[in-house]
Write a protein that binds this ligand. Structure first.
Ligand code: FAD
Ligand code: DLZ
Ligand code: SF4
Length: 508
């Protein structure tokens, strides 16, 4: 009997586990553009266009490789617009109840697929072996541990894949070169342009479709410059390696106005939808170091992001779901301010990071963490709203990677499973690592009053409001000793300024 092999929009790789052992004569590959995925939640226009264009290009590649492919477009009359209903429709059409799929990247989708068993479908969910650590392997790593430190996981992965190793020792004598990776931006820094591709006919058709169907979604659809097939994604990667990798490490945390990509790779889109594979990227970067083209701080810093953070984040997601999504350790209650959707704000740092997000469906890590995330943390925004926003706006966002970064790394909503303390910071961090404050209506050096940078008083207000739970954290002890020295008047000013500012942004 033939099988239906469902390939989801983030599984666009010829080596994907569901295609292994495919019988090209009998099996039917099913790919479908569905409203349910485009509107749960209402994704950024550029993100939808990227995913659909890549899907259409990949379907052509499958066809050219001799696979028997059924591709459902969004405006196909027969399209029932959910993975589950389309799989059922195709099973009926081809008179089979055998379905194969590679493990999806979202708990919601996994649940929906699992429910096919109730419809008498024989569903095989195959391991997603694009990842370098399986779910079982991560479970074993986590077994019996109170805290799951990324650094110890990362070292295990370095040894497992023998990356940047000299026998059983790390090359250069150190596992981690993070201390060398904190250079602030410098005047006159030359940042090479990012990869830009011109839309072909397929992409142009998708851009029109997305404009037509999802015109009310957040974000700019043009200019559209993403790579949309494997060949182009490899070019984008190569451009990063040739031009930016050497400075990636040093300026990893730096931010400059109008420099939307800095020395980052912007390959997360392609790693997460299957156009690139993590191990090929890691090996290419290791090779650059071995050939003396880049320093160890850049090579190790970059490899850690993919071999360490990316795998660790995914491990946490599948270990802790579905409870993880409900966590709100700090009991944060506020709504997401309107300016996250491009509304008006005088805070230049937020304005810049939202502009990047809206234009490019991208922001680099430190913008996501220390500006947009930090503000949501210290303003007490409820994790559900913050998670929804991050999942909507970034073209590389799928729940397995978005949720632990937001709830764990940024909001401390998991109470310390992922990070040992909240990444809260005042304006002085943003001032040190960017030039945003130079063009801001607020004054970063002022701590209180009308003109003071809101990050300054909101930071202390956050510590005051969460004292009962955070003071116990030994990594917060030093900062709480500083707070103890504040007199009553200072505390009152912090609270008043914070309340006034929050009332203003929530129009109270
Ligand atoms: P680079 O800075 O060049 O890094 C290279 C690669 O390392 C990335 O492409 C990515 O694959 C990996 N990486 C780096 N940091 C992380 C991390 N913390 N978690 C997982 N992978 C990492 N990444 C996503 O892929 N999707 C998301 O939805 C996402 N949401 C985030 C939300 C918040 C609040 C934060 C703080 C981080 C988030 N990240 C997410 C991680 C990181 O910010 C992005 O991977 C990165 O900005 C993508 O841009 P880049 O490809 O230029 O990455
Ligand atoms: C994110 C997304 C979007 C916007 N659209 C589709 C789609 O139309 N068809 C599809 O197969 N996949 C889409 N995706 C990706 C899925 O949401 C993704 O596979 C799940 O979130 C699991 O990671
Ligand atoms: Fe952001 Fe404050 Fe600097 Fe303005 S002064 S850019 S609000 S950190």
């Amino acid at each position: 009997m033939s099988s239906i092999i469902a390939i989801l929009g983030d599984q666009l790789n010829l080596n994907i586990s569901s295609l292994k052992n495919c019988d090209k004569e009998k099996d039917i590959i099913l790919m479908c553009e569905v409203f349910e995925e485009c509107t749960t939640p209402k994704h950024h226009k550029k993100k939808i266009a990227f995913i659909l264009s890549c899907m259409r290009h990949f379907a052509d590649e499958l066809k050219n490789s001799g696979f028997n492919i059924s591709y459902l477009k969004l405006d196909d009359q027969k399209n029932t617009h959910s993975f589950k209903s389309e799989i059922l429709r195709f099973c009926k059409k081809h008179n089979t109840n055998n379905v194969k799929v590679t493990h999806p990247g979202e708990y919601r989708v996994l649940q929906s697929l699992n429910s096919l068993a109730n419809e008498n479908i024989n569903l095989q969910i195959l391991e997603d072996d694009r990842f370098l650590c399986s779910q079982d392997e991560f479970k074993n790593f986590a077994k019996g541990k109170k805290s799951l430190l990324m650094e110890s996981f990362y070292r295990k992965m370095r040894v497992k894949y023998s990356i940047l190793m000299d026998g059983d020792k790390p090359i250069g004598g150190k596992w981690n070169y993070d201390l060398e990776n904190r250079k602030p931006p410098q005047k006159g820094l030359k940042i090479p342009s990012h990869y830009q591709n011109q839309p072909d006919e397929i992409t142009k058709e998708v851009l029109d479709l997305v404009n037509q169907k999802f015109g009310d979604h957040f974000g700019d659809i043009e200019p559209f410059y993403f790579a949309i097939n494997r060949k182009q994604a490899v070019l984008a990667l190569q451009k990063f390696i040739d031009e930016r990798l050497k400075d990636f490490g040093s300026y990893q945390d730096a931010m400059i106005e109008d420099e939307d990509f800095m020395f980052h790779s912007h390959i997360g889109f392609y790693l997460n939808n299957g156009l690139l594979e993590p191990l090929e990227v890691i090996k290419l970067v290791e090779e650059e170091y071995k050939n003396g083209k880049v320093n160890i701080n850049s090579a190790e810093g970059f490899i850690r992001q993919i071999l360490g953070w990316r795998e660790y984040i995914r491990g946490i997601y599948w270990l802790k779901m579905p409870q993880y999504k409900e966590l709100n350790f700090l009991n944060a209650k506020n709504k997401l301010p309107e300016f996250y959707w491009g509304g008006n704000t005088k805070m230049n740092c937020i304005k810049e990071c939202v502009r990047n997000t809206k234009q490019n469906s991208y922001a680099h890590h430190i913008q996501r963490l220390m500006v947009l995330g930090n503000f949501a943390l210290i303003a007490g925004v409820n994790p559900a709203y913050v998670n929804e926003w991050y999942l909507i706006v970034y073209a590389d966002a799928y729940e397995w990677v978005e949720l632990p970064n937001v709830s764990g790394m940024v909001l401390f909503a998991d109470g310390g499973i992922l990070a040992t303390k909240p990444y809260a910071a005042s304006g002085s961090y943003i001032n040190k690592m960017s030039n945003y404050c130079q063009n801001c209506s607020y004054k970063v050096k002022e701590k209180n009053g009308e003109d003071a940078c809101p990050f300054n008083y909101l930071y202390w207000n956050f510590l005051i409001e969460n004292e009962a739970v955070l003071k116990k954290n030994h990594r917060m002890a030093m900062i709480y000793r500083v707070l103890e020295k504040f007199d009553g008047k200072k505390i009152k000013n912090i609270k008043n300024d914070s309340q006034k500012f929050l009332n203003q942004i929530y129009d109270k």
